[in-house]
Design a protein around this ligand. Structure first.
Ligand code: SAH
Length: 368
């Protein structure tokens, strides 16, 4: 069973309070510089005191924090109230502000063959509070680092888990950010392995926020995709192309556009033939943006990253099809914070791997 949400706990604690109180409480969670309920002066004193005793200010705490050698990426190992661990990443973006890469679940049930999170299996979905609090956690962290920019401008659902299989909680967290932070909907990207059933639901959901959607394609060859993304349903590519046209029609304004993600793995999906197949396929869909992700190594897997020359050749072929091709910058790979590297390690594994990683402890920096 998932832990209780903050809202249901509040309603149980204060059944007779008017509806606006909960909004005040929610807003209070985003008060700059507030470190706990005691700092929220908009609430009556008695309520603050009850909240201090009964409701944790934040649903997760950091067990460990890592900083990449290039200083542009942080990874936190967070612990939820039930003791379960999950990870969250903070990355400097092109505009000199921060992008947070949030988890929507602990572990993942999708089992993509090249992904570390897939290999650890599924533990549970995160609550909307736990998803939303990853923003609050990173915001609080940045306030303790005076030398760093403070603004979180973007959120990507590219941490642990498959957001489409935790649809309601993901949607709730997004709405909360849109209401109480300065992050706009075009700065939020939900990345999905391509859960067609849930994607169909999104099409007719008027309450689905106007965020960006990224679909992890990884191959435009049905058989090859089935081999590396085992949740691929029969006729996936046909269904996705069809979905993309209806998406463009129903949600077809500037804000709603689709990007395809494609992790390039040597000999698996990076042949020039497959690049042509991909180019032809994407042209049949309603989207033309593709983001190539160089494969990040995962312990225990024999896959390897495509060479720079191959990535360039692949890119050029796609450009010749008129596609808008970008390449994802690899960030945080020295602290296992890059795409597909998030996993909850055992303490022994952590100890072994921490040699050579920069571990931050209560604001202190240890060059281990
Ligand atoms: N469940 C979501 C989010 C996954 S993480 C989804 O499937 O989209 C974001 C991206 O990183 C996905 O495209 C995922 O397939 C990709 N990825 C997973 N493992 C990777 C690895 N080892 N190297 C590079 N990208 C990887």
């Amino acid at each position: 069973m998932s832990p209780q949400t903050r809202e249901s706990l509040f309603r149980a604690l204060f059944p007779d309070e008017p509806a606006y109180r909960w909004k005040q409480v929610e807003q209070a969670l985003f008060t700059p510089n507030a470190k706990g309920w005691e700092d929220v002066k908009t609430l009556p004193k008695a309520m603050r005191e009850t909240l201090i005793d009964a409701m944790p200010w934040i649903t997760c705490r950091a067990e460990r924090m890592y900083r990449s050698h290039s200083d542009d990426t942080f990874k936190a190992v967070l612990i939820a109230a039930d003791g379960k661990r999950f990870e969250s990443v903070l990355m400097l973006n092109k505009r000199g502000q921060w992008t947070i890469c949030v988890s929507s679940q602990i572990g993942c049930a999708m089992k993509c063959t090249f992904c570390a999170t897939g290999a650890m299996g599924f533990k549970r979905s995160l609550t909307s509070d736990e998803i939303m609090d990853q923003y609050r956690f990173w915001q609080a962290h940045l306030r303790t680092q005076p030398s760093l920019a403070t603004r979180i401008s973007n959120v990507v659902f590219m941490g642990m888990g498959e957001p489409m299989t935790n649809y309601d909680n993901v949607k709730k967290a997004i709405h909360t950010w849109l209401e109480y932070t300065d992050i706009g909907p075009t700065r939020i990207t939900v990345s999905t392995v391509g859960v067609i059933m849930q994607m169909e639901k999104l099409l007719t959901d008027d309450d689905w926020p106007p965020v960006r959607v990224a679909v992890s394609l990884h191959s435009a060859n049905q058989q090859r995709r089935e081999e590396i993304v085992p949740t691929t349903v029969p006729e996936f590519l046909k269904k996705l192309a069809d979905w993309s046209h209806r998406y463009a029609k129903l949600k077809g304004n500037q804000r709603h556009h689709i990007t395809y993600e494609y992790t390039l793995i040597t000999g698996v999906n990076d042949t020039l033939e497959l690049a042509h197949e991909l180019g032809r396929y994407i042209r049949k869909t309603a989207a033309s943006k593709i983001n190539l992700i160089p494969y990040n190594p995962v312990a225990g897997k024999t896959f390897s990253r495509s060479s720079d020359q191959r990535i360039d050749a692949f890119k050029q072929i796609l450009r010749d099809y008129g596609l808008d091709v970008t390449q994802r910058k690899t960030m945080g790979d020295d602290i296992a914070a890059a795409c597909g590297q998030l996993i909850t390690e055992t303490p022994a594994e952590t100890e072994a791997k921490d040699r050579g990683r920069i571990v931050l402890d209560m604001g202190r920096t240890d060059h281990a």
